[in-house]
Design a protein around this ligand. Sequence first.
Ligand code: PGA
Length: 232
Amino acid sequence: MIVAANFKTNMTRQSTREYLDTLDDFLATRHHDDDTIMVFPPATALDACHCAVKIGAQNAYATRNGAYTGEIGLEQLDEFDIRTILIGHSERRHILGESQEEIVHKFNFFKEQGFSIIYCIGEPLEIRESGSHALMEYLEAQLEDIDLGYANLMIAYEPVWAIGTGMTPSTDDILLIHNALKKLVQRPLLYGGSVKPENAREIMALANVDGVLVGGASLHIEDFKLIIQATN
Ligand code: PGA
């Protein structure tokens, strides 16, 4: 299983370091070598972590370096050996206004660099309410021009209306959508959107769920530990 924590604009360099120390101690007591644990801290905390956790960037600009005020590029990620990135998160699509075209460009850039990419897709509520045909059409459009055969690709299915809301699709719906997505992409497929200790086990037990991407609940180390334990 893949269990990934997305801190978003939360935590500091200091609190991330303490979190990772605790997490690393916890992981040292487990014997699940086939689980991959990832943390996506804010850019200010993207320090190298000499630990069992894989550290990734929540975002970066598709450039080595240059005149892109406020952005970080490959050179800044390289300094800390960051080789993993989230691309296409719904907050970047809907709040920061990244277009599908920009997202594809970013994907191609980091793919060429050999990055592990968690590529996020997910539908807003009005699409979900238009039925399963509209839903799949929407998700397929988000996969357009993305190299689905890329060896370091992981997909995160995150319904927009489930992110940070405490609402989740039924397990039947997650199962249906993951089954349909798995026909399109034979890569690890994570579910994201209000994953918490109370629902992590049943979600990860579903066929074609290869892990979870956790926002809010990952901020509390004890909750994140419980979610990791739910892979057992
Ligand atoms: P959430 O966020 O767990 O707070 O719903 C998930 C995400 O945005 O990746």
